[in-house]
Design a protein around this ligand. Structure first.
Ligand code: HEM
Length: 509
């Protein structure tokens, strides 16, 4: 009897295991067979890769660890630069080589922007809706107030006030308890965008928008389920409320502009947008302005917040870099006239070393968001085909961490950006530096981000110290890379005196 039971357990176990392997192998092949069949002979020109399970594809692998997902494809199939897979319910080619990435990002004829459904519905950007030629002209118009250091000069004082208040608040709060740095930098970057857009006069609206926005942002890459309890549902509801609030704000502004109540030197971005006209004398519609604000917030808040937080971490962990950056800022302060209160554009241009720090932080930060395109025709790159209707996705970090383009890519070394770089250990290929994308869709907020970071780091290296409570804390990568404890840390101002500073640090030790 005992022998029979043992034999039964063995047989059942072995049968289950065999079924598991059979189903696993078959299940994973079904997607592949389905697309091979659909493409006919063309499937022979697909790059190698793994299509994963039907519907789900490899989406969960991407969510688990975006860089590891791409890294695993490269390790398994070799450095061929393109791999087939299935993400967000669509057949997809992951593009990893610099040449292929640039080709996809800059070829507007054969590729269109194509983000997952949730992102498109939540953002609803007018920038995607207009045709290619109109888009270029329109984009130039609406982004001109925030592109270029000279255009941004009118917002410098405002940005600096927000930065100074934010650092001061971090230091004040740190006296009581450690703070979550990412929460602070998110609030900072949101305030910068809202103040630039709406001005500081409308604190009440800014507070309401800030509150509603956090749920919109969270739902960007969620499942598109529009039912109570799901984040997508909440995001759409909040978006509607936000449209109402910002819509009535835009109406008021229109009235003020009409009555000449807005002084030209006190203009906010919304005033500039309200006055814009295209070549045919057409003005932006109110709802376009609301869409643009939401687009700027979504595209700019978390990205900048995360980069500022990582800049604090990298500078603190690299004391020699910190010292060099501080010396440069001290030099700038020495040559400033006593009556000058705010950082000027000329001073920003003198922050040469700090700009290299910003570049290096942007290079090493683990941004995990993919840039999504869809092929509008069959496209051949290096002998492989991206079939019409398939997505092509790019993870800029793959180029940034490739030793082909950056020697010792894991080293944090701003001097790799020196113009006369003789440092053979740490070199940089500028062509491969694509944190803001490339082509006609390149980030519209890149100059704003750089200026915001330079102003922040100027004050940070001159006046503050920062210490993480859990420096070894693991990182979560989506939607953006942040230590899992939200970067719990203490921030202290130098001039409290080092003695008091040490006491604060001891208190948290
Ligand atoms: C560290 C900060 C930032 C990073 C890494 C970043 C990155 C990017 C990237 C990679 C793209 C290209 C997307 C694509 O090709 O599909 C993009 C687009 C965009 N970004 Fe940023 N961004 C940052 C900050 C900002 C800020 C502060 C703003 C505005 C306030 C902004 C506004 C935009 C807009 C409007 C687009 C869409 C442009 C278009 O479709 O024409 N970004 N960003």
């Amino acid at each position: 009897m005992k022998m029979e039971i043992i034999s039964w357990v063995w047989t059942t176990g072995a049968t289950l295991l065999a079924w598991y392997f059979l189903l696993n192998t078959l299940g994973r092949r079904i997607n592949e067979w389905y697309y091979d069949f659909k493409l006919g002979d063309k499937h022979r020109l697909l790059p190698p890769g793994d299509m994963g399970w039907p519907l789900l594809g490899k989406t969960l692998h991407y969510f688990k660890h975006p860089h590891l997902f791409v890294h695993n494809l490269v390790s398994k199939y070799g450095e061929i630069g393109m791999y087939k897979t299935h993400l967000f319910m669509k057949p997809t080619i992951v593009v990893s080589s610099l040449e292929a990435s640039r080709r996809v990002l800059t070829d507007d004829k054969n590729f269109r922007s194509s983000y997952p459904e949730t992102a498109i519905t939540v953002v609803k950007t007018i920038l995607s809706e207009v045709s290619s030629e109109d888009r270029k002209r329109f984009r130039r118009l609406v982004t001109s107030p925030i592109l270029g250091y000279n255009a941004l000069a009118m917002f410098l004082e405002r940005i600096e006030d927000i930065v100074v208040n934010s650092l001061q608040r971090m230091a004040n709060d740190s006296i009581q308890h450690p703070i979550e740095v990412i929460t602070e930098t998110k609030s900072l970057s949101m305030r910068v965008i809202l103040h630039i857009f709406m001005g500081s006069k409308d604190q009440n609206i800014i507070k309401q928008v800030e509150h509603l926005f956090s749920d919109i942002d969270d739902a960007l890459f969620s499942w598109p389920i529009n039912l109570p309890g799901f984040s997508y549902y909440k995001a759409l509801k909040n978006r509607k409320k936000m449209e109402k609030i910002v819509g009535s704000f835009v109406q008021d502004r229109k009235m003020m502009l009409k009555n000449g109540e807005v002084l030209s030197e006190k203009k906010d971005l919304v005033d500039v947008l309200l006055e814009l006209e295209d070549v045919n004398g057409r003005k932006l519609k109110d709802e376009d302005i609301v869409d643009l604000l939401i687009l700027f917030l979504i595209a700019g808040q978390q990205t900048t917040a995360s980069t500022i937080m990582w800049a604090m971490i990298y500078l603190t962990n690299n004391p020699l870099v910190f010292k060099k950056a501080k010396e440069e800022q001290e030099e700038i302060m020495k040559s400033r006239s006593p009556s000058q209160q705010y950082i000027s554009i000329e001073e920003i241009k003198k922050m040469v070393y700090l700009s290299k720090v910003v570049n290096e932080v942007l290079r090493v930060t683990d941004f995990s968001f993919l840039l999504f395109r869809e092929a509008t025709a069959d496209v051949n790159i290096n002998g492989y085909t991206i079939p019409k209707g398939w997505k092509a996705v790019i993870l800029p970090k793959t180029c940034h961490m490739s030793s082909q383009y950056f020697t010792n890519p894991k080293n944090f070394d701003p001097s790799r950006w020196d113009d006369d770089n003789n440092n053979n250990n740490n070199n940089a290929n500028r062509e491969a530096f694509i944190p803001f994308g490339a082509g006609t869709r390149m980030c519209a907020g890149r100059d704003l981000t750089k200026i915001e970071m330079l102003i922040f780091l100027h004050h940070f290296v001159l006046n503050y110290k920062f210490e993480q409570i859990n420096p070894e804390c693991p990182v979560s990568y989506l939607p953006l890379p942040v230590p899992k404890d939200n970067c719990l840390a203490k921030v202290a101002k130098y001039f409290i005196s080092l003695e008091i500073y040490d006491k604060i640090m001891e208190g948290f030790g």
